[in-house]
Design a protein around this ligand. Structure first.
Ligand SMILES: [Zn+2]
Length: 128
């Protein structure tokens, strides 16, 4: 949706690295609901990547016309530190194959610079 970044095909990455790269089941990734958060890996043109949460605000179907895949649209819920885009609040479109982690709205802690899973410490958000 925004130029300058791509979103990692997590399904492909998990297939290539089954031991180290784990993602939720396809069924779970297909069953996201409005207000759920999905974590995706955003890549810039230099190949730098950043994992950020997106909160789903619209659920549609893939525009390709050849598949029945879901198309999720939502707002980027973290401020990136490694890459330029997308920024906090930017609209992002992605599919089930891009999802590496899922979080329900009730489990989210929303802070000034972003969102994280309750009880989870991430590298770029050092909240205690
Ligand atoms: Zn499609």
């Amino acid at each position: 949706m925004e130029e300058g970044y791509t979103i990692e095909d997590a399904e492909k990455a998990a297939k290539e690295n089954p031991v180290t790269f784990k993602i939720p089941s396809r069924l779970d990734r297909d069953s996201l609901e409005l207000r759920d958060f999905a974590k995706c890996i955003f890549l810039d043109k230099e190949g730098r990547g950043e994992r950020m949460w997106v909160q789903i605000s619209k659920i549609s179907t893939c525009p390709c016309g050849n598949c029945q895949n879901k198309l999720y649209i939502g707002k980027c819920s973290n401020q990136p530190t490694q890459i330029e885009h997308p920024k906090l609040g930017d609209l992002v479109a992605f599919g089930p194959h891009n999802v590496i982690q899922i979080m329900k709205d009730k489990d989210a802690i929303v802070g000034p610079y972003g969102t994280q899973l309750m009880h989870e410490k991430t590298n770029n958000l050092d909240w205690s």
